[in-house]
Design a protein around this ligand. Structure first.
Ligand code: F3S
Length: 644
């Protein structure tokens, strides 16, 4: 049986484990990326490991998320990341250079390499034939320090593209169609591998739009083959030597398959408030639009901005529409300013922002109350845009551009003759926004890491004690989210590098005094219901309890990623073996744990409720590696041990 491209790349870089779906494997990491909102924590972790030079071929620290600098905190974060990068041999991308995934594609991505990034849209790199995966900050820190990454070997979902896209239908419509078919959960546990004759008509920018939004399918990553289009892209970026041809074996077998007939696709949109709520453009209803935003890591390429300029040439943005643009990189900005497209866009009445994430992460440009916003972005969850009652639709650049002229949601096919974008032989290749680390190890090691008042060290856990007694300081209901544990909003975002400050908000939507309870009880135990820790993958939801000294969480069941984050923090996630034991525990009951190490081995903890004098059982399920992590008191301690 032939191999998928996914299994070829994973197989060539396998360090440990058996490459079978569901098995834990360890692979070599060639490249890493971070952005500022998760990067501060990754570099605190890297510094805490006393790491020297990164073990990767390329690691890049981008600043693109939190650019407002309304106070000193963000600027402190940027300086901390910049100096940490220099110390460890990491390339630093200054604020204003652009969006991490777009920049990485332009300058560093290479076919056949493995990239991990502390951002969920890292799979954008799959457009270049890489295995590019989003990971937690700690995984990325360990990836940098040790050059490896642990993951569950994925299944592979083949999406075969047949035929060719019709005029005014674009790559964005392909991924919206796949989202409609598979839903936001359909990719969980899979790599989505695109094959078929349709692939050859898609540029690397098109492919990257598709792999970027594979994150919305919940997939491990998405990947395209590396072919002539890949070579053409790399040539334009002055990196021809990075090209290697790569594809699946012709007789590759896949776990699942979806066929998409590109000839039959029409322009689509994800309606509020989910990327898989996909429908055709509602022409008959004439939905009036208030705001249109073009950019984000999904649709901010040179071709996106040139298409937009072609459509807006000699036209005027509708008086009731605010058209906001954020190009993906400084070099795209440079090219459109040199060739006159920027002048066209400004003349038409567009608002041009700096090259960064901007409105995608709710950093400015919130729509008006109950406003309708069309965005070329990848997510439209309620409130993400900054206005709770706004309605956000996700569309292609073509749909967004044409609608900005008409003032209502418009099928771009009504605009007229197809547009053609001419590509230059070479793209702008300035790299003055990049700061390279000192070349000599001596100079690099001399770099002083600057930690302004907003930067606090990473909290380090202690190795697991064989016995301990702690009180239950909180008992929660079912479906506690990571937002309940660590709230996320624009006000708290600047404190991502300040765990002591952020810990004041831990569980504060449930009880106002969680921090005091933890401080007064030498940490403690949290008891939870079903699906504890659902929601975002935010590792801060484990780091705040770690900082406050929480020893264990005993729940009816856990959300998968939060459970892994608890293990990484050295907090034991235990599940009630008899769910009714949950009812027999009250807040402030005193629980006694004995023989924790042998309990980890057997997977069963016998816990004595000293207050009620009853014993109950709770289980731990995890790999041998995860048991070691808990024994060492967290992944960071284990990763720096001789046993790792
Ligand atoms: Fe930035 Fe939005 Fe992408 S926040 S990394 S542009 S998903």
């Amino acid at each position: 049986m032939g191999l998928s491209l996914t299994y070829k790349i994973l197989g060539q870089n396998l360090l440990k484990g058996e490459l079978r779906p569901g098995e834990e494997i360890c692979v070599k990491v060639h490249q890493t990326l971070t952005q500022d909102s998760t990067g501060t924590m990754a570099y605190l972790q890297l510094n805490a490991m006393n790491a020297d030079k990164v073990k990767t071929e390329v690691s890049v620290a981008y600043i693109d998320h939190n650019m407002l600098q309304a106070s000193f905190e963000n600027a402190d974060d940027h300086e901390f990341i910049k100096t940490s990068a220099a110390k460890h041999g990491i390339i630093f991308s200054k604020p204003g250079n652009g969006i991490c995934h777009r920049l990485h594609l332009e300058k560093f991505g290479k076919p056949g390499k493995i990239l991990i990034g502390s951002d969920s849209h890292t799979p954008t790199g799959g457009g270049l034939g890489m295995i590019a995966m989003g990971a937690g900050g700690l995984d990325v820190a360990i990836g940098m320090a040790r050059g490896l990454y642990y993951l569950k070997a994925p299944k592979v979902y083949n999406v075969e593209l047949r035929g060719k896209l019709q005029p005014w239908v674009s790559a964005k419509d392909i991924i919206l169609h796949v989202l409609r078919e598979l839903t936001v959960k359909g990719g969980v546990g899979y790599v989505i591998e695109y094959t078929g004759e349709g692939v050859k008509y898609l540029s690397v920018d098109d492919r990257a739009t598709i792999t970027n939004m594979g994150a919305e399918l919940g997939a491990t990553t998405s990947i395209f083959e590396s072919n002539e289009e890949t070579l053409d892209f790399l040539k334009k970026q002055g990196r021809e030597e990075d090209y290697i041809p790569l594809s699946a074996d012709p007789d590759a077998e896949y776990d699942e398959k979806l066929v998409v007939n590109l000839d039959e696709l029409v322009p689509l949109a994800a309606f509020p408030h989910s990327p898989d709520n996909v429908h055709e453009i509602p022409e008959s209803e004439k939905i009036k639009v208030d705001q249109i935003a073009i950019g984000s890591c999904t649709n901010s390429s040179y071709s996106d901005f040139m298409k937009l300029a072609k459509i807006l040439e000699g036209k005027k943005v509708h008086p009731d529409v605010s058209l906001v643009l954020s190009p993906g990189s400084s070099n795209i900005m440079n090219m459109i300013s040199e060739n006159g497209a920027l002048a066209t866009l400004i003349a038409a009445g567009a608002r041009v922002l700096e090259a960064s994430c901007g409105p995608c992460i709710g950093m400015g440009q919130a729509p008006k109350s109950e406003g309708i916003s069309l965005r070329t972005f990848n997510r439209n969850f309620k409130g993400r845009c900054g206005t709770m009652n706004a309605e956000v639709y996700l569309v292609s650049t073509e749909t967004a551009a044409v609608s900005s002229i008409t003032g209502y949601f418009t099928d771009p096919r009504t605009f007229g003759a197809d547009i053609k974008v001419e590509f230059p032989e070479k793209y702008a290749l300035y790299d003055n926004y990049y700061i390279y680390p000192p070349e000599s190890d001596e100079d690099r090691r001399k770099t002083e890491i600057i930690m302004g008042p907003n930067i606090k060290p990473f909290p380090i856990n202690k190795p697991l004690e064989d016995e301990f007694i702690r009180k239950v300081i909180l008992k929660t209901k079912d479906n506690i989210t990571t937002d309940d544990i660590c709230p996320s909003n624009a006000k708290l975002l600047p404190f991502r590098s300040n765990i002591p400050k952020l810990s004041e908000y831990c569980f504060n939507t449930i009880i106002p005094d969680f921090k005091e309870r933890a401080e007064n009880n030498d940490g403690g135990i949290v008891v939870g219901g079903d699906n504890y820790g659902q929601g975002s993958s935010r590792e801060h939801a484990a780091l705040l309890p770690l900082y406050l000294g929480i020893k264990a969480v005993i729940a009816k069941s856990f959300a998968r990623i939060h459970k892994a984050n608890l293990v990484n923090a050295g907090i034991i996630p235990l599940e009630f073996i008899n769910a009714e034991d949950y009812d027999k525990i009250d807040e402030y009951d005193e629980l006694e744990f004995k023989d924790t190490k042998s309990s980890l081995e057997t997977g069963v903890f016998k816990i004595l409720n000293k207050t009620k004098n009853i014993e109950f059982e709770a289980g731990f399920t995890g790999s041998e590696r995860e048991k070691k992590i808990l024994e060492y008191g967290g992944y960071l301690n284990f990763a720096t041990s001789s046993e790792f």
